[in-house]
Design a protein around this ligand. Sequence first.
Ligand SMILES: [Zn+2]
Length: 290
Amino acid sequence: MQGSICAYCGLDVGLDVDHFRPKGAIDEDPAHGGYWWLAYECSNYFLACTTCNRNRKKASFPILPFTARCTYQTRGTIRAEKRILLDPSEDPIEEWLTLGQGDETGKLIPNADLSTEERSRVQEAIDLFGLNSDQMVRGQRSKAYERAARAAAEQRWDELRLSAMCHRPHSLAARIVLERVAPECLPTAEEEMRDLIDLLWKDLRTLVDEIRSFRARARAPSPVDERQLRELVWALIVLRSDPPAGDPSSADEYLGQLLEREEAEIRTAIAALFRAMQRALAEVSGHHGK
Ligand SMILES: [Zn+2]
């Protein structure tokens, strides 16, 4: 879903797995003890850059004053909790955040037609994550906006469409430009999925090639490469069985087509990994069934 983009600031850098609701003590409410029951809940995970996760958000999870924080006993009503931080997968970020028209400094602002409560939540997110004050974040967003505005002026729609895909860095800037000048060109979920699979596939190929060349020289592949290889295969298996665009048959077919284009040796290596991973996946779901 995210590619390798930080869920909060949009940078494309090394990523941590952030618990959106902290699993331990919460800064604003130490007596609460944290949302420990969500420690292994995937929907509570976001990929985030080290700065956003460890230096900015940390164990912060503010809620509106005079409202109740969700506990293990009331966990069934968690969606009604009056959290302040924006959830990038639940909240309509693109309707809430925008860039000033023609403002090439890349400053994010709350959309004009928001309620007072929504406006203050958006501002809180901007301040907590330093979305306008962090030089690198703001600078990259400003460049992305300039590039998108130029592409729109020169009617380079394919390029603009690609940079507007949600797993591309600072895609919000390109999406805002497209929304204004050619909303019909916004990429569909299906196109985003195909692009993401293409990118993952390219990485997978590079790694398989690298590991092969190590073995050809009778040297052991690095454990980091092998771990990345397994991670990529997992990512592709999950996308295949649960594609974000919602049509498993087309994702399956597409992966099949990609695999067909590979040389026999690479195909065998990837297929063997897929089989091993799928066996592991079946065992995991078997356990869940029990
Ligand atoms: Zn970040």
